[in-house]
Design a protein around this ligand. Structure first.
Ligand code: ZN
Length: 104
């Protein structure tokens, strides 16, 4: 098991986690994401999660590289789109991937 950090929002009656946003290896990285991407959303907080080691993290903080879910190649964070899709998609795969989504 390892500890990661995810986004939670208080809906009033319950607290829900944004699983589709992924998880982060550090609370600092999670906080940076909130500030950059979700700064306009109120009621967001960082929550600690215990997951098994096989769980795919949104970003691998250890080496700063992200593996594209389509071609399996490691890229720098800047070259992988982790926000718009359920899985990380690199810049090389993105055009084709976007096309396949449009056709679906
Ligand atoms: Zn790719």
């Amino acid at each position: 098991m390892k500890t990661v950090y995810g986004l939670f929002i208080d809906t009033g009656s319950a607290e829900e986690m944004f699983w589709d946003r992924g998880v982060w290896a550090t609370s600092e990285a999670c906080e940076a994401y909130i500030n950059q991407v979700m700064g306009h959303v109120t009621g967001i907080r960082i929550g600690e999660l215990k997951i098994n080691d096989a769980f795919p993290a949104a970003a691998d903080e250890e080496d700063g590289m992200i593996t594209c879910s389509l071609c399996g190649i490691d890229y720098n964070e800047a070259d992988v789109n982790v926000l718009d899709y359920e899985e990380p998609v690199c810049v090389n795969c993105e055009p084709e991937y976007r096309q396949s989504l449009d056709m679906a």
